[in-house]
Design a protein around this ligand. Structure first.
Ligand SMILES: [Zn+2]
Length: 401
C-alpha cells in the first residue's frame, strides 16, 4: 500500500460469476468487484455485467489470458469468443513475439469497453522462473504500461505463479523484477495455495511476497479464503474470491472439462461460513453444533451469526448461505476499517504491527474455539491449518527486516 493508493481501506473483492448478478445488486455500493473477461462475450450474461459495473467503484475485469496456452478454453465458447483468444493455444514462437502484435491492444480495450476501473496487463501462468512465460509476462507488462496515459487508468500486473517455485533467491528475484516495473499494483494469484491447508513455509512465502511488493505499490491477493484477511497486516490492500468458494487457483482450472457447474450442485455451496473459526461447516455438522441439546450454550453464542439472513434461522438454501457469507465478510471488513480509522496511524509499520496483533488474537481465538468444538461435539475444524498461520505469523512478523 502506498500513499496514493486507490484502495486505502481493507477490501474484500467479490469475484462474481454468471449465477451471481443478484448478489451484485443486493450488495451494491462496494469498493470493487471482479468479473472474468469471458462473461462479457455473451449477451445472456448482460445482467451480471451491468450489476457488477453499477455495484462498485472499481470494476476489475480479469482478462484470463492465462487460459490461452492450454487447450481447455477452446471448449468454452465464452472464452474462445474473446476477441483476443487465439484459434489454437499459443505456441512458444507466438508468445515470444506476442507483445509486438495487437494482442495487448485488444486485451486492454476489452477491459476498458466493459467498464474496468483499472487495467490488468495480459499474463500467462508461469510455473517457475525457468518457465519462459515468466519473461514474456514481464515484457507484456512493460508494453501494457504504455496504455496508462491513453486510458487514464492504472495498469496492474497479475503475478500468476506456482507457490512451490518461490523460495530464497527465486522469491527475491520475482520481487525485484516486479518492483522494478512501473506497474501501479500487483494482483497475486499463486497456484496451489489453499489457505486452509497451506504449510507454514508456503504461508511465509506469501507473507514475504505481499509485504515486499506492498512497500512499492498496491497489492491484492486473489483466490484466497478466510485467512486472506491476515494479509492486511503485511500491507495488502485487499483479497478476493468467489462467494464462499473459488478460493484457490489451480492450474487444472485452465485445462478442459470444467463447464457449467451450478452453485447448488457444488457441495461447497451447502457449507456454512463461520468467520470466527476461519472455516466452513457442513449442514449436518452445523445442526449438531447449534443444537442446545448437544453443544454448550456459551459455545453456541460465540459462534452464532446475527446477520439478517441468520436471524430467521440458519439458512438452508445455497443462495441464502451465500448471502450470509457476504454479510459476514463485509462485516469483517467494516470492523477492520472502523478500527483503523479510530487508531489513525501515522506510519505504515505501526499500522502493520497493530494489525498483526489483531490477526494473531483472531487466530488464537479461532484455535481455542476449534478445539472446543472438537472436544464438545467431536467435529473436526481444521486446527492444523490455523496452527500453520499462527506459526507463520510468529516466525515472520511484519517489517521484520
Ligand atoms: Zn449470518
Amino acid at each position: 500500500m502506498h500513499p496514493n493508493t486507490i484502495f486505502p481501506e481493507p477490501v474484500f473483492i467479490t469475484r462474481l460469476i454468471h449465477i451471481d448478478p443478484q448478489f451484485a445488486e443486493d450488495f451494491r455500493g462496494q469498493k470493487s468487484f471482479l468479473v472474468t473477461a469471458n462473461f462479457f462475450t455473451d449477451n445472456k450474461y448482460r445482467r451480471l455485467a451491468q450489476m457488477a459495473r453499477e455495484g462498485c467503484d472499481i470494476l476489475i475485469v480479469n482478462p484470463v489470458t492465462n487460459f490461452f496456452t492450454y487447450s481447455g478454453y477452446v471448449e468454452k465458447p465464452t472464452y474462445s469468443n474473446l476477441p483476443y483468444a487465439p484459434e489454437l493455444p499459443f505456441s512458444r514462437t507466438k508468445l515470444k513475439e506476442i507483445h509486438r502484435t495487437n494482442f495487448i491492444d485488444q486485451v486492454v480495450a476489452w477491459q476498458v469497453n466493459h467498464g474496468a476501473g483499472l487495467l490488468i496487463a495480459p499474463y500467462f501462468y508461469a510455473r517457475d522462473l525457468d518457465d519462459r512465460k515468466y519473461d514474456y509476462n514481464l515484457n507484456l507488462l512493460e508494453e501494457t504500461i504504455c496504455y496508462k496515459d491513453k486510458y487514464g487508468k492504472q495498469v496492474w500486473a497479475c503475478i500468476n505463479m506456482g507457490i512451490k517455485s518461490l523460495f530464497n533467491e527465486n522469491l527475491n528475484e520475482v520481487i525485484d523484477n516486479y518492483c522494478k516495473t512501473e506497474a501501479d499494483g500487483f494482483f497475486i494469484l499463486l497456484e496451489g495455495f489453499e489457505d486452509r491447508s497451506a504449510t507454514t513455509s508456503n504461508i511465509i512465502t506469501l507473507l514475504t511476497l505481499v509485504e515486499e511488493l506492498s512497500r512499492k505499490k498496491d497489492v491484492i491477493v486473489g483466490s484466497i479464503g478466510p485467512f486472506g484477511q491476515i494479509l492486511f497486516a503485511y500491507g495488502a490492500n485487499g483479497f478476493s474470491s468467489g462467494i464462499g468458494w473459488m478460493e484457490t487457483f489451480r492450474e487444472s482450472q485452465l485445462e478442459g472439462g470444467e463447464v457449467g457447474y451450478a452453485a447448488d450442485r457444488v457441495p461447497r455451496a451447502q457449507y456454512y461460513y463461520i468467520s470466527s473459526i476461519f472455516s466452513y461447516v457442513k449442514p449436518y455438522d452445523l445442526a449438531t453444533l447449534m443444537n442446545p441439546n448437544m453443544s454448550p450454550e456459551d459455545l453456541i453464542n460465540e459462534l452464532k451469526c446475527d446477520c439478517v439472513i441468520c436471524e430467521e434461522g440458519y439458512p438452508k438454501k445455497p443462495m441464502d448461505k451465500k448471502r450470509h457469507f457476504l454479510h459476514k465478510r463485509f462485516e469483517e471488513m467494516r470492523t477492520l476499517r472502523e478500527l483503523l480509522k479510530e487508531l489513525d496511524f501515522d506510519d505504515m509499520d505501526t499500522r502493520k504491527n497493530t494489525l498483526h496483533e489483531i490477526m494473531m488474537n483472531k487466530l488464537l481465538k479461532a484455535r481455542f474455539l476449534a478445539q472446543r468444538i472438537q472436544d464438545e461435539v467431536f467435529i473436526d475444524i481444521n486446527i492444523a491449518g490455523i496452527n500453520n498461520w499462527i506459526e507463520a505469523l510468529k516466525k515472520y512478523p511484519p517489517s521484520s527486516f
